[in-house]
Ligand binder design. Structure first.
Ligand SMILES: NC(=O)c1ccc[n+]([C@@H]2O[C@H](COP(=O)([O-])OP(=O)(O)OC[C@H]3O[C@@H](n4cnc5c(N)ncnc54)[C@H](OP(=O)(O)O)[C@@H]3O)[C@@H](O)[C@H]2O)c1
Length: 106
């Protein structure tokens, strides 16, 4: 990661959703390579992101600083057309910008 960023990932608690997938596993490898010390991963069996109650409890208890959302039901263009409503919309309620997390540094 760029060291000129005004926030640090290395000491942050980072949740990578979908860490066993193609995109998520690459994100985990990159974060590990960059020295991130607290990477949290959950399989679909441990935390089903369609279960709002379980997601609420997870975020309340674990309180990750950052979330990389690479979990998805991947089916290509045809599936996107057939199932346009499938998404993990509610996870966004936990989203904050870096300045919200760390205060405006300007
Ligand atoms: N692959 C690419 O080149 C690429 C490029 C750009 C963007 N993307 C985007 O990245 C996202 C992931 O793509 P991918 O290719 O990495 O998919 P993938 O290899 O099929 O992996 C999907 C991941 O999502 C998890 N998952 C699925 N349903 C879940 C649920 N209900 N609760 C919790 N976890 C769930 C799976 O967990 P389990 O392993 O536990 O089942 C798996 O780890 C998609 O939105 C895709 O459009 C992918």
């Amino acid at each position: 990661m760029n060291s000129s960023n005004n926030f640090s990932l290395t000491k942050s608690k980072i949740y990578v959703a979908g860490h066993r997938g193609l995109a998520g596993s690459a994100i985990v490898r990159r974060l590990q390579r960059d020295g991130c010390q607290s990477i949290i991963t959950m399989t679909r069996g441990e935390l089903d992101l369609r279960d709002q109650g379980a997601v609420d409890i997870f975020f309340r208890d674990v309180r990750p600083d950052y979330v990389f959302l690479a979990a998805a039901k991947v089916g290509g263009i045809l599936a996107n057309n057939i199932y346009p409503e499938i998404s993990f919309r509610r996870i966004s309620r936990y989203s904050k910008t870096p300045s919200e997390l760390h205060g405006d540094q300007e």
